[in-house]
Design a protein around this ligand. Structure first.
Ligand SMILES: Nc1ncnc2c1ncn2[C@@H]1O[C@H](COP(=O)(O)OP(=O)(O)OP(=O)(O)O)[C@@H](O)[C@H]1O
Ligand SMILES: O=P(O)(O)OC[C@H]1O[C@H](OP(=O)(O)OP(=O)(O)O)[C@H](O)[C@@H]1O
Length: 286
């Protein structure tokens, strides 16, 4: 997991703690909560069983946990929020130099992965069988360095995470299908009664929103206001204030950071002036 991004997020929420070396638990100084640092794959289990109220892990890990549940059992883990970082894809990969171009060509062959339940479910669908025991594809678990399995002759294909694609390329593999797309998510235990869960979730939501948006302010002739507001509709609605200069108004609106350059170009084209873009330190919005 992207530990640093998670620590930055907690700092943005003013959750203050000091983690002693070698300890996986830290008491928060300014709230009655404890933080526990667990392997990403184990977090859905602890949260699902209600032992931990809130967790941050990858959506792929939650999906793998849910896919491991016995038939009829529902997951105790509920996604609260997409945190936006840690984007990666769980992909079916095969040797670049080979005849396999589609996942269904791996049916009946050897596939190695750390995500056995998701891989079983993926191949069960391809094979048209309803349970893992009737699968003809042989799915084997390895805990790490999955990308080495094809070169070592253990697998015909693998199912592994791809972020930049560097590992896949270096191992001489190519992706031919996607099992799950993932980002880091905030999850909660379905049956938690801890009222701090909502407080923490809303703090995190505020920080995430603040990171995603900037505040855009500009002046515009009143007759162009409607056009400008279509360019900057805001999260709810733009704030419009009259200026001392007759016929002009000032607009203030939240704009998604990734679109701000285009938005500024478009505002300039419709006659906006004095365009300012400000970072948002934190937020609570509707
Ligand atoms: N390039 C990447 N490689 C691996 N995982 C990634 C990547 N980008 C995002 N992730 C997310 O991180 C999760 C795995 O985290 P990681 O392998 O670091 O486990 P950890 O147990 O938390 O830490 P570690 O094993 O490094 O001590 C993945 O399931 C995925 O959601
Ligand atoms: O597309 P990339 O940016 O190269 O990232 C993907 C690699 O990162 C992960 O491995 P990790 O570093 O967690 O080590 P592992 O092989 O021991 O799982 C994953 O299993 C891939 O091997």
């Amino acid at each position: 997991m992207d530990l640093q991004a998670t620590l930055d997020l907690l700092a943005g929420c003013d959750i203050q703690f000091r983690r002693e070396t070698r300890l996986d638990i830290a008491l928060v100084k300014n709230l009655p909560i404890a933080l526990i640092f667990l392997p990403a794959a184990d977090i859905p289990t602890f949260v699902g069983e209600g032992r931990v109220d809130l967790g941050i892990t990858g959506r792929d890990q939650v999906a793998e946990h849910d896919a491991q549940l016995p038939p009829g059992e529902t997951s105790g883990v509920e996604e609260v929020l997409d945190l936006g970082f840690g984007a990666c894809k769980l992909q079916v990969q095969v040797p670049q130099k080979g005849d396999i171009t589609e996942a269904k060509q791996l049916v009946g062959k050897n596939v190695v992965t750390s995500f056995t339940a998701l891989t079983q479910a993926f191949f069960a669908k391809l094979e048209g069988v309803s349970d893992a025991s009737s699968l003809s594809t042989k799915i084997k678990y390895v805990g790490g360095s999955v990308e080495a399995a094809c070169a070592l002759g253990v697998a015909d294909g693998i199912v592994d995470l791809v972020e930049s694609g560097e590992t896949m390329k270096a191992a001489g593999l190519k992706a031919i299908d996607t099992v799950v797309e993932s980002t880091a998510v905030l999850v909660k235990s379905k049956n938690t009664k801890n009222e701090l869960v909502e407080l923490i979730a809303s703090r995190i939501r505020g920080v995430i929103t603040a990171q995603k948006y900037v505040l855009c302010q500009y002046n515009i002739p009143r007759e162009k206001l409607a056009t400008a507001c279509k360019i900057t509709p805001g999260k709810r609605a733009p704030t419009v204030t009259a200026l001392e200069e007759p016929g002009w108004v000032a607009v203030s609106s939240m704009v998604e950071k990734k679109t701000i350059a285009t938005v500024m170009d478009e505002l300039t084209a419709v006659g906006a002036t004095d365009i300012l873009v400000l970072n948002i330190a934190n937020s609570r919005t509707g």
